[in-house]
Design a binder for this molecule. Structure first.
Ligand code: E4P
Length: 214
């Protein structure tokens, strides 16, 4: 399973890159706005830093606006994936972008049915938002499982990119299902790494070794 970082923050990307765990990045308008400054400069820096796919999202809501923006966003680098919202106009744009070989990530996916439509139209990725569904007491991960079955049934090449991740259990469940990619906030990567028994165990080993040297 590939690990993308769900952020527009360059320091977080550098940290995860140094760990060797940065397979790609997903941004969205909220994450970009948090960084402030000129979004074009920020997008260019992200595309340069990341050796993998970088999702940049369109703002337009009509097919024409999305296609125009997608062409502009794609010019930031070969690694750009254009994020298209899961609305009817987005689906119309998707077909043309697929034909133009512009990579796409259909975002704000909340049901397996939506994912099926995006896959049929050749989306490169679909992003089911599991955390936001869980918050409404719908099981986000169950939907991901159904998407996996549907895509395998028809050999769709669209990759499942699990998004809106809130905790390490989302990561484990996604890996068990066989999701292709998961996009994580920096905090979840830290949570995955940490275990109190590792810290206690290492402290004990080092203390024993120090006592032995005296
Ligand atoms: C995915 O690409 C989105 O940026 C992200 O996961 C949104 O999730 P959240 O805003 O619910 O955290």
């Amino acid at each position: 399973m590939q690990f993308f970082l769900d952020t527009a923050n360059l320091d977080e990307m550098r940290e995860v890159k140094e760990l060797g765990l940065l397979d790609g990045v997903t941004t969205n308008p909220t994450l970009m706005s948090r960084e402030g400054g000129d979004w074009r400069e920020q997008a260019a820096l992200i595309c340069e830093l990341v050796d993998g796919p970088v999702s940049l999202e369109v703002i337009g809501t009509t097919r024409e606006e999305m296609i125009k923006e997608a062409k502009d966003l794609a010019s930031f680098g070969d690694n750009v994936v254009v994020k298209i919202p899961m609305i009817a106009e987005g689906l119309k744009a998707l077909k043309e972008l697929h034909e133009r070989e512009i990579k796409t990530n259909v975002t704000l996916v909340f049901s397996p049915g939506q994912a099926l439509l995006a896959a049929k139209l050749g989306a490169t990725y679909v992003s089911p938002f599991v955390g936001r569904l869980d918050a409404l007491t719908h099981n986000g991960i169950e939907g991901v499982d159904q998407m996996r079955t549907m895509f395998d049934n028809y050999d769709y090449k669209t990759k499942i990119l699990v998004a809106s991740v809130r905790h390490p259990m989302h990561v484990l469940d996604s890996a068990l299902i066989g999701a292709d990619v998961i996009t994580l906030p920096y905090s979840t990567i830290t949570q995955l790494m940490k275990h109190p028994l590792t810290d206690n165990g290492l402290a004990a080993f080092l203390a024993d070794w120090e006592a032995f040297q005296k």
